[in-house]
Structures are given as structure tokens and as C-alpha cells.
Write a protein that binds this ligand. Sequence first.
Ligand code: NBP
Length: 484
Amino acid sequence: MSNSQKKAQVGVIGLAVMGSNLARNFAHHGHTVAVFNRTTSKTEAFIQEHGTEGEFIPATTMADFVAALERPRRAIIMVQAGAGTDAVISQLADLMEPGDIIVDGGNALYTDTIRREKEISARGLHFVGAGISGGEEGALNGPSIMPGGTVESYESLGPLLESIAAVVDGTPCCTHIGPDGAGHFVKMVHNGIEYADMQVIGEAYHLLRYAAGLEPQEISEIFREWNQGDLDSYLIGITAEVLAQVDAKTGKPLIDVIVDAAGQKGTGRWTVKDALDLGIPTTGIGEAVFARALSGARTQRAAAKGNLPAGELNNLEKLNISRADFVEDVRRALYASKLVAYAQGFDEIIAGSKKYEWNVDPRDLATIWRGGCIIRAHFLNRIVEAYNDNPEVESLLLAPYFTKEMGDSIDSWRRVVVAATQLGLPIPVFASSLSYYDSLRAARLPAALIQGQRDFFGAHTYERIDLPGHFHTLWSGDRTEVEA
Ligand code: NBP
């Protein structure tokens, strides 16, 4: 029901998939919601379709939209990230008054959010970059929400957002993350972790299909079973659904008629670029982003298919591995690789938080990612426990639960990596995560040689294990060592 007399507690701008579902979610929770879309016909269609679900105030101009909001005004922008967001912010800011709050709920790059927050706060308004995860279904029924911005803005905005967020064990999946770009930064890394999680699941499927020779329906059942244990998560659940789907047109498993080229919108790539800048080895996320890129290089792949020597390939029988053992090994390899990806993602969040002085509490993230979002998973409770036990833990992998899981998985993981390599099947994240793990635990790394090489060609100096200071060998002279 629309009501032009009443003021709205919240407004949503942009009535595409995310905005319309979010607006409905607010209305379902008893809030009056002002709605506006650049193309008015979309607002009309929205009211036509959903107007009876709650109290909406449709606006045909931005001025009407702003006038419909109670103060302090709370307007959530759900438009395409980038130029569209900038345009809407500028129009809104011109119409708003000090103390009002502009929320960008889109997938903005966090550095844009930092810039926007600076500009908007200089005008006396609050600007909140809020990561919202859960896609269409989450926006409607309870997303995971990661708002940045000032503490003051959260006092007004928080209860509203918490009222529509997913709830796990009585706790809403929404909390104040930290100042300016903190919310969008953690949402970015969340998406990066999502890339790695999806890729390791993909690798497990690929091995069960092409190494163990199982059919999609059988693999669906295996994933369903896995979803009862440690791997219990949204992504494992939907994997079972996708694999069980039969294509109505051909009668084949749907998976077999979908082109094997994965798309991406950019948040995974941003996560990796930022990890490079921060010097954090998020190898799992990186390999997952590259795996999508390689899958999409369709011309190059077509040229290479059947034309690159594979060497002598093996099979499970020759490797003396039973199918049942292999399935269990793959489950453990999947879990171990996944834990590595999460550990790396949390390393990046901690490093980003330090760089920007955001004071992000990693426990908050593990808590609010338990529901609503794409990477929601049972084991996130373990991350909360790990940081509760030791907030300064050097890596999540060193927390007792994780170390034990790695110990229980490591032999399986090595067998899977060896088997996949001998079968010629690609497992970029399984393999690179194992290398990361072995690098992390290594007593010595070949980095000593790299330092020697760097000193040889560029006099970059090296440190010694037995003396303080920096040293240089006179490589082109008499090869004695001097202190730099
Ligand atoms: P889209 O990203 O497809 O954006 C479409 C909306 O943006 C329409 O309402 C459109 O208005 C509006 N818009 C554009 Br485009 N340019 C505009 C401009 N210059 N001024 C005003 N409005 C403009 O919508 P979405 O998929 O609902 O996503 C919204 C945001 O949420 C994005 O940032 C997205 O990355 C993020 N997000 C999406 C998901 C998801 O699962 N889809 C999940 C999480 C976050 P029009 O109707 O007049 O063209």
C-alpha cells in the first residue's frame, strides 16, 4: 500500500534485482520504505507487483524521494557500481541535510568508498559503504551486511539493517565493521574467498568425475553427504542441487551442457590486486581468479586441446587407489584447501585493517558470515573460536582446531595432488594451497638463493642467519663479504 502522508524510515534507490528485494525485505519487517528508480516505469512495475507486501512510498523524482524520508534520512543506493553510484550520491547529497545518511549497498571498490566518505562527510552528511552479500535470495530473506562508516551513523542505521539481516543463533548477520571503506573492503575479500571456495568445490567435482569416473547424479549424492559434516555450507548444498539437475532439452545432466567458461564481475580480481599491494600471499584466491580467466580463454583452449603433449598418464587403478578411498581423500583435500583459502583471506583482512587503521575484529566477520551470505558455513564458528582463544594468532592454520584438521587431512591431500598430477587433471587451488602450506611450515625456503642472486646482479644485500646487519659479497671482485 502506498501512502504519501507517512514518512519512510528508509529509502532504496535502484530497483533492479538487489534493490527491489532489499526494499521488500524492509517492508516485510514493518518499515515504511521510500523507493526510487532512475527509470520511473521500473518503480511503477515494482509497486504494481509488490505494493501490497508492505508500506511503500514510490517517488518519481529524487527530490520527492528525499522529502519522503524521516530524519535523519537513511537512503540506500543499490545501483550499478562505479559512475552510476557517483551520479546518485551527488544528486542525493545536494538534497540532503547535515546528519542524514547515504548508504552505498552496491559492490563498490573500497578505495572509491574512502574517497566518497571523505567528500560526503565534509558536507556534514554520513556516508556508509555497506557490503551486502547473499544475492537476490539473501536481499529478500536476510542478507549478511557489512557496513562501514562512522560509529554515529551505525547508531541510527544499525538497528534498521540488523532488522532485515539473516539471524544465526539469535545474532543478526550485521555489525559495524569499521570506518570509511572497511565494510566494502571486507565484502571484497569475502567475495575473493567465495571464488576460492567455489573453485575447490569445482576441483573436487572434476576429480570425482574424471579420475573416479562417477556420474553427476552420484557426485551430487556425495556432496549431499559431505554437507552433513565439516563441509556443511551453502556452496556445498547448491553444488549438490546443480549436479542433480537434468537438462530438459537433451535429457543430459545440466552440468554437461553448460559451457565451461566461468564469468567474473571483478571483486575476486580486486581482492588479489590488493593482496599483491599488501604483500599477502592469498594464493588460493589468486589461483581461483586465474582459473576463471583460463576457463574463459576459449580460443586459446580450443587451439591447445589435443595439441599439447600430456606425457604418460596414469589412472586410479594403476595408482592402486580404490574409488572409496579416493572419494574420502578428495573430501579431505577439499577441506584442507578451503581452510587455507580462508586463512589467507583473513590474513588479508587483518593486513588491510592495519594499513587503514580500521580496527576490524575478524571474529565479527566470521560471526556475520555464518548466515545470509554465499560463503555461509558451519565451520565459521571455528574461526570465531580461534580468534577468541588467541586474537594474535599468526595464521588461522596455527589455531588448534585448524592445525588438527590439517594433520587429519595432509596425507589425503598429498595423495590427491599426486594422483591428479599423474592423471593430467588440473587442480590449481588444491596444488597451490598445498605448496603454500608446505612453504609456511618449511624450515628453509629457496628465498636464501634468491637473495644471493639479487645480491649478485643488483647488490641488493642479504641478511645472515648468524649476524645482525646487511651484507654484500663482492661478486665481480675478490668475492669477499662486506657489511653494507
Ligand atoms: P545492477 O548492478 O544491474 O544496476 C541496475 C540499477 O542501477 C538500475 O536500477 C539502474 O537504473 C541503476 N542505474 C544505473 Br545502471 N546507472 C544509473 C545512474 N547513472 N543513475 C541512477 N541509477 C542508475 O543492479 P543489481 O544487480 O540489483 O545490483 C545493485 C548493486 O548491488 C550493484 O552494485 C551490485 O554489484 C551489487 N550486488 C549485486 C548482487 C547480485 O547478486 N546481483 C549481490 C551483491 C551486491 P535504471 O533502471 O534506470 O537503468
